[in-house]
Design a protein around this ligand. Structure first.
Ligand code: GUN
Length: 298
């Protein structure tokens, strides 16, 4: 079997088009342009690229956007102050603090300081709790994007064995929570594997849908995948490649060449999950804006 490639880039473009329509309506009907503020602390090149892409995507759909860049030695108190200013700024309906933060910054304190109504990353404990209860306003961008990739390509997870490899707060945990809900686009039987899992290959071979969010290149090999499975690769890993001008190339957590001979469908890296994360962030920002309008109306 040669896998169908699940094109996240094209799907993200489609979703950004839908968001652009929603933004235009919001401006026309309510005079409110949705706004997203990003906070970037330090000079990690990968984070800077993410934030630049987010800003570009906001501009493209007609949203207001701003990026606050703080130096690498910024303290927790200084980041808290910046978040507070953004909480109070009515131009911004969504706030995103790019993670990871430098070691001296208390990441959980920062996430908790974001107004939950503006927490378009869905990482505030209040919003995580709502996700647990199946009534989330903001689903974190990567799991939300993966759910869209599955649904819009005809791979409804209902009743499927889904195996999630990875248990991060940003991807693995919310992914498992989302797909186990009693809801459309969910109703899966979910298993989560992590660094302490014994016989991971035995478990991944049971997966109808396998989601790799490990953060190490080529960990998922063909022998770990069931014939005909749908494979979602969340990894974005840099590996040295002297033949490239920049000296590296991006690969996923999945051995793409071998696994795509066995899977029914697979996401590429790049161009799979990555672009969807940003598209769903825009969806969440539009939702946050709509919720402020409905509050005013009620
Ligand atoms: N760093 C990598 N992915 C993400 C994300 O989705 N949100 C935030 N805030 N930081 C990230």
């Amino acid at each position: 079997m040669t896998a169908k490639i699940l094109d996240g880039k094209a799907l993200a473009e489609e979703i950004r088009g839908e968001v652009a329509t929603g933004v235009a309506e919001m401006k026309q009907n309510h005079g409110v342009p949705p706004g997203l503020a990003a906070v970037l602390v330090g000079d990690d090149p990968a984070s800077a690229i993410y934030v630049r892409n987010k800003r570009r995507a906001c501009d493209e759909v007609g949203m207001v956007s701003d990026t606050i860049v703080l130096p690498a030695d910024t303290t927790t108190e200084q980041v808290l102050k910046t978040v507070q200013q953004l909480n109070d700024d009515p131009r911004f309906h969504g706030i995103l603090v790019q993670l990871p933060l430098p070691d001296q910054v208390d990441e959980l304190a920062i996430i908790e300081s974001i107004n939950p109504d503006k927490d378009v990353d869905g990482l505030h404990p209040f919003n995580v709790g709502k996700l647990v209860q199946g009534r989330a306003d903001f689903i974190p961008g990567t799991p939300f994007g993966i759910q869209q990739i599955l649904m819009r390509n005809g791979h409804d997870p209902a009743g499927a064995n889904v195996v999630v490899c990875g248990r991060s707060d940003i991807v693995g945990k919310p992914m498992a929570l989302l797909l186990m809900q009693r809801a459309e686009g969910a109703n899966a039987t979910v298993t989560v594997c992590h660094t302490h899992t014994k016989n991971m290959a035995e478990i991944t071979r049971q997966a109808d849908i396998l989601i790799a969010a490990i953060g190490r290149p080529n960990v998922i090999t063909a022998d770990m995948v069931k014939e005909g499975a749908v494979v979602i690769d969340v990894g974005i890993n840099r590996v040295d490649d002297a033949s490239r001008r920049r000296g590296y190339r991006l690969v996923g957590d999945v051995d793409f060449a071998a696994v795509s001979e066995k899977a029914a469908a697979i996401t590429p890296v790049p161009g799979g999950v990555g672009p969807m994360t940003i598209a769903m962030l825009l969806v969440n920002t539009l939702t946050a804006t709509r919720l402020t309008i409905h509050e005013k109306d009620s």
